[in-house]
Unconditional design. Structure first.
Length: 436
């Protein structure tokens, strides 16, 4: 049965273990106490009944026959009464397993009177004890056993105990799960390219150790990536000087097909080196300070710059309020996306709008060939090019979109690509109203 399967989440497992163990412990304690109370109450009731019955029979035996009837109302009790007759006809009681009250009556009266026990069937079965007084008159003790009474407050206490167990279980599970949930959220939000958010190192010893280890891991990852990006930037920067020297030397060579090919190769190498430096710098885009920015005017300035040089770039939509972001990183993202759109379609449209949650949506639209669905995620990786050719004019270096994505992450946003209906590509940059 599905509902009997072991729960999968840690919270439900801990809740089940705590609740079941507490219920079992509480149930065992209650059972022991209840059984002890039952034995004590039963012993008290039987002792009281023995004393009361022996006293009552002695009184009836010593009273004149004509006065006994008047005394019955004083001697009768809730669960047993006295009859001055032979009582009802019933079934002889099984002496192998008599009720405990019958054994008590036999122990207290059996030495002085001849007793006969009979079970009386009916809606509420009971039994009667027959005996004869000293003057020969019969007396019947009609016994109607009752269960051990349960106090009215006991169910209320049980409900309160159950509520207390549930509350304690919930609190214990919450205290145990909260650090793990916090650590899980920190792991999910871990981004080596973003500013390090240190996990709170307070709490129990085990939680503090885990937080310290996680923060140390974050720092090691950040240092590792920083070192690799510094190596990439240094190599790319250092390659610019020999490439420039080789280009100068090639310029002094006689005109020939080989000279043109060499200059073309050197130009591609120089472009690749510049893109490598730009990519290394984009990883550290989060180091730029935030400032308030009129987004609509900022977008218009970029569009006008393209239009001034004869590029087919238009804009539409508006956000209507300033945002807090890093302008140089944002400009680089939009320029990379616009250059990519112009390269493959010759024209681009920039659309600005506000999301329902107040965030910013900036879309760069084109009517180029688009990208196959299988490669929409791959093109955001460094050095991945859709085209298999090595022509830099069409294939590029494979770093433009990777740089744009790195800077989008540094801005606290995200970059997504999708194909448009009717052909073309939509590159959407989502930004928070205020970058972290």
């Amino acid at each position: 049965m599905k509902w009997l399967r072991w729960p999968k989440t840690l919270a439900s497992q801990l809740s089940l273990i705590f609740l079941v163990s507490l219920l079992l412990a509480n149930g065992l304690s209650f059972s022991v106490q209840f059984y002890e109370r039952y034995l004590s109450a039963r012993s008290t009731m039987l002792n009281n009944m023995e004393n009361d019955i022996s006293t009552s029979v002695a009184i009836l035996d010593r009273l004149p026959a004509e006065e006994r009837q008047a005394w019955l109302s004083r001697l009768n009790r809730e669960h047993y009464q006295y009859l001055l007759t032979k009582g009802d006809s019933g079934v002889p009681m099984d002496t192998a397993d008599p009720p405990m009250s019958a054994s008590s009556i036999k122990d207290t009266l059996g030495q002085h009177y001849a007793l006969t026990f009979a079970d009386i069937p009916g809606v509420r079965p009971h039994y009667q004890v027959f005996l004869q007084l000293a003057d020969g008159n019969p007396v019947t003790i009609d016994v109607r056993p009752a269960d051990i009474p349960v106090a009215l407050w006991l169910p209320v206490v049980l409900v309160l105990q159950l509520a207390l167990l549930l509350g304690c279980t919930w609190m214990a599970v919450r205290l145990a799960i909260r650090p793990l949930s916090r650590l899980s959220r920190a792991v999910e939000s871990l981004d080596p390219n973003a500013r390090i958010q240190h996990l709170d190192e307070s709490g129990p010893t085990e939680v503090a150790h885990a937080a310290v280890a996680f923060n140390a891991m974050q720092q090691r990852i950040a240092d590792y990536l920083k070192e690799r990006m510094q190596i990439l930037a240094a190599i790319s920067h250092d390659l610019q000087t020999p490439i420039t020297r080789m280009k100068l030397r090639a310029e002094f060579m006689d005109d020939s097909i080989e000279r043109d090919k060499l200059l073309s190769d050197l130009g591609e190498m120089e472009h690749l080196v510049r893109e490598g430096v730009a990519y290394a710098r984009s990883v550290h885009g989060s180091t730029e300070a935030n400032c308030k920015l009129d987004l609509d005017a900022f977008v218009d300035s970029i569009v006008f710059d393209y239009q001034d040089v004869g590029k087919a770039v238009n804009s539409s939509g508006s956000y209507g309020s300033p945002i807090e972001t890093r302008p140089h990183a944002l400009r680089r993202v939009l320029i990379n996306l616009l250059d990519n759109a112009l390269k493959f379609s010759g024209a681009a449209e920039l659309v600005v709008s506000a999301e329902a949650n107040g965030n910013v949506s900036i879309k760069v639209l084109d009517r180029g060939p688009g990208i196959s669905a299988d490669e929409l995620r791959e093109v955001l990786k460094p050095f991945y090019r859709v085209e298999s050719s090595r022509n830099r004019d069409t294939g590029g270096t494979g770093l433009g979109l990777a740089i744009a994505q790195q800077l989008a992450i540094a801005l606290g946003g995200s970059l997504g690509l999708s194909n448009r209906e009717g052909g073309g590509l939509c590159a959407e940059l989502l930004l928070p109203k205020s970058s972290y």
